[in-house]
Design a binder for this molecule. Structure first.
Ligand code: AMP
Length: 536
C-alpha cells in the first residue's frame, strides 16, 4: 500500500474542493456575523502562510494565538502548520506570570491576538528581552487599543503574495502546541504532530464517537485555545461539516440565538456552559429543534444535567473524557447496542460514565502495585492510555521523569474503574489540581503562595465541589503565632498578585484552622480535608 502523508494541509485541500460551498460562520466581539466557505478559506490560508514567511517565521517556529473562536483563528489553525510552523494556542485565561512563563518557554516568534484581549497581553510587554512580534486581529471591540507596535492582520493579508505554497511536511513533524497546568511546578507543553491531529480527527468523526459528518453544523463552545477546541475545527474540515464559531459571547441569549439562527446540530463544551444554557432556554424558549446532540466533557457531566436536557428539550448529551495530552478526546459515552431498549432511568447512570475509549485509543486501570485491575466495574486504580494521539513526553522536558509506565502507557492521573462492557468511569483524581469551568488552578502553587505570607505557618488548598463551576479553590490556613493575625482578605489580596481573579478562593472558602491533618508520610491529608468540607 502507499504510505501517504497524513498532514493537515491535505484536510484543507480536500475541504476546499469537495466541500467548497460548506460554510464557516464566525461571530465577532460586536456580535456581527460573517460567513465564508471552505473554498474561500484556502486562498486566505495561502496568503496567511505568505504573511508568516514575510514576518520571518521559519519551519519549526512557534506561531502563537491569543484569541476566541472565530474565522481568523481557523485560518491560523491551518496556515501555521501548512508552512511548517507550529500553531501555539495560548490560553487567554492564564494569570500574567504563567502567560510570561509559557511564551518564554515556547519562544513564540509571533503572537496573533484579538484586539479585545490586548489588555491581557500587556504583562508580556514588560519583559526586557521579548522577541515576539504582535499581530492584532480586529474583532470589533469598542474602546480597546491594540498593543503598541502591533501590526494589523488584515493589512498584512491585503499586502501579502497570494501564491499558494504548501510545503511537503513530514507527517511526524510538529504541527501544534498546547500547554497544560502541571500538577506541580510549571505548565507543560504538549506537542502534536500532523499525523496525530489527522488521526484524532478521524477518531472523533466515527459514528460511535462524536459522529461529525457532512450533515452536521457544529458549534464548538470549547475554546480554540483549550486543547484545539477538542479537535473539532480539523474534524469539521475533514468531513465537510459546517462550522459555527461563536466568538466571545457564549452564555445565555447570544448562544441560544446562534444555535437557532444557524440551525446548529451539535455543540460541545464544559458542563457549566450547558447548565447556564439550559436555565436560559427554560425561561426564554428558542427554536433549538435542529440540535441533535450536546457533547459535554472537560469535567464530569452530572447525571442531573444529562437528564434535564433529555427531559426538557429531547436533546441527548454525549459525555466525553479527554486530556490535553490526548489531543484531547480519549473516551466517548454512547449506549452499546444491547442497551438501546433500556428505560431512560436505567440508561442515565451509564450515560453519566466517561465512556468507551475511542478506536485507536487503548485504556486500562492499574492497581496500587501497577498491575492491570479487572474490568469488573468495581476495582479502581489509575487510568492509563496509549494510542497514536497520546503524548509520550512533554515539550522540552527531555530528561525529566517520564509520564509513561515502563511498558509505555501514559499515566493520566485520573482514578477510574472500567466495567465489563468497556465503559470507563472516573471516580477521583490522583493529580492535585482543581478544575473550575474547564480551566485549571494549581493547588500546589496556590498553597506555596499562601505559605509565602509571613503570617502563615502552613496552608493546604483543595477543590470544593461547586454546582456551576465544577470546583472552586478552598484554602485551609494555619496562622503563625506571634505575628499580626492575617485575614481572609489578606490572603486573597496576596494571591491576586500571581493568580487570575477567577482562580482566587472566595472569602467563605478561606478557613483558618489550628492544624492541618497529615498523612503517615507527613503530607497534607487532602482526603481528610475534602471529607471535612463535605461534612460541614
Ligand atoms: P485538560 O487537559 O485541561 O483537558 O484536562 C484533562 C483532565 O480533565 C482529565 O485528566 C480529567 O481529570 C478532567 N476531565 C476531562 N473530561 C472529564 C470528564 N468527562 N469527567 C471528569 N473529568 C474530566
Amino acid at each position: 500500500m502507499m504510505d501517504s502523508r497524513l498532514t493537515l494541509d491535505a484536510i484543507l485541500r480536500r475541504a476546499s474542493r469537495v466541500y467548497a460551498d460548506k460554510r464557516i460562520v464566525s461571530r465577532g466581539n460586536d456580535l456581527a456575523v460573517s460567513a465564508a466557505t471552505y473554498a474561500e478559506l484556502r486562498p486566505r490560508v495561502a496568503r496567511l502562510m505568505n504573511v508568516l514567511r514575510s514576518l520571518g517565521v521559519k519551519p519549526g517556529d512557534r506561531v502563537a494565538t491569543f484569541a476566541w473562536n472565530h474565522a481568523r483563528h481557523m485560518e491560523l489553525y491551518f496556515a501555521a502548520p501548512a508552512m511548517g510552523a507550529i500553531l501555539h494556542t495560548l490560553n487567554i485565561r492564564l494569570a500574567p506570570g504563567q502567560l510570561r512563563f509559557i511564551v518564554d518557554h515556547a519562544e513564540d516568534a509571533v503572537i496573533f491576538y484579538d484586539r479585545s484581549l490586548a489588555p491581557n497581553l500587556r504583562p508580556l510587554l514588560e519583559r526586557p528581552d521579548r522577541r515576539e512580534a504582535f499581530i492584532c486581529m480586529d474583532d470589533g471591540a469598542p474602546d480597546v487599543e491594540p498593543l503598541p507596535g502591533s501590526l494589523e492582520y488584515e493589512v498584512l493579508m491585503a499586502e501579502a503574495d497570494d501564491a499558494e505554497r504548501f510545503i511537503d511536511a513530514d507527517e511526524n513533524a510538529a504541527a501544534a502546541l498546547c500547554y497544560t497546568s502541571g500538577t506541580t511546578g510549571d505548565p507543560k507543553g504538549v506537542l502534536y504532530t500532523h499525523r496525530s491531529l489527522y488521526l484524532h480527527s478521524v477518531g472523533i468523526c466515527m459514528a460511535d464517537s462524536l459522529a461529525i459528518s457532512e450533515c452536521e453544523t457544529v458549534l464548538p463552545v470549547v475554546p480554540m485555545f483549550h486543547a484545539n477546541a477538542w479537535g473539532i475545527p480539523y474534524a469539521c474540515a475533514l468531513t465537510g461539516a459546517s462550522l459555527v464559531l461563536p466568538g466571545p459571547h457564549v452564555v445565555g441569549k447570544p448562544l441560544a440565538d446562534l444555535i437557532e439562527s444557524e440551525r446548529v446540530t451539535l455543540t460541545a463544551g464544559v458542563p457549566s456552559v450547558y447548565t447556564v444554557l439550559h436555565q436560559y432556554l427554560r425561561q426564554h424558549p428558542h427554536d433549538i429543534s435542529s440540535l441533535r446532540s450536546l457533547v459535554i466533557g472537560g469535567s464530569a457531566a452530572p447525571a442531573a444535567l444529562i437528564e434535564a436536557w433529555r427531559r426538557d428539550f429531547g436533546v441527548p448529551v454525549i459525555h466525553a473524557w479527554g486530556m490535553t495530552e490526548l489531543s484531547p478526546v480519549g473516551a466517548v459515552c454512547r449506549l452499546r447496542a444491547s442497551m438501546q431498549d433500556l428505560e431512560p432511568a436505567e440508561q442515565l447512570p451509564i450515560l453519566a460514565k466517561q465512556g468507551i475509549p475511542v478506536p485507536m485509543v487503548e485504556a486500562d486501570v492499574l492497581d496500587e502495585s501497577g498491575a492491570p485491575a479487572p474490568w469488573d466495574g468495581k476495582t479502581t486504580g489509575e487510568l492509563v492510555v496509549r494510542g497514536p494521539w497520546v503524548a509520550r513526553a512533554y515539550y522540552k522536558e527531555e530528561g525529566a521523569p517520564s509520564p509513561l509506565t515502563d511498558d509505555g502507557w501514559f499515566r493520566t492521573g485520573d482514578v477510574a474503574r472500567i466495567d465489563p462492557q468497556g465503559y470507563v468511569e472516573l471516580t477521583d483524581r490522583k493529580k492535585d489540581v482543581i478544575k473550575s469551568r474547564g480551566e485549571w488552578i494549581s493547588s500546589v502553587e496556590m498553597e506555596n503562595a499562601v505559605m509565602g505570607m509571613p503570617g502563615v505557618l502552613e496552608a493546604a488548598v483543595i477543590g470544593r465541589p461547586h454546582a456551576l463551576r465544577g470546583e472552586v479553590a478552598a484554602a485551609f490556613v494555619v496562622r503563625r503565632s506571634g505575628t499580626e493575625p492575617i485575614t481572609g482578605a489578606d490572603v486573597r489580596d496576596h494571591l491576586a498578585a500571581t493568580f487570575a481573579r477567577w482562580q482566587l478562593p472566595r472569602l467563605k472558602d478561606i478557613h483558618f484552622v489550628d492544624a492541618l491533618p497529615k498523612t503517615g508520610t507527613g503530607k497534607f491529608d487532602k482526603k481528610a480535608l475534602r471529607a471535612g468540607l463535605q461534612a460541614s
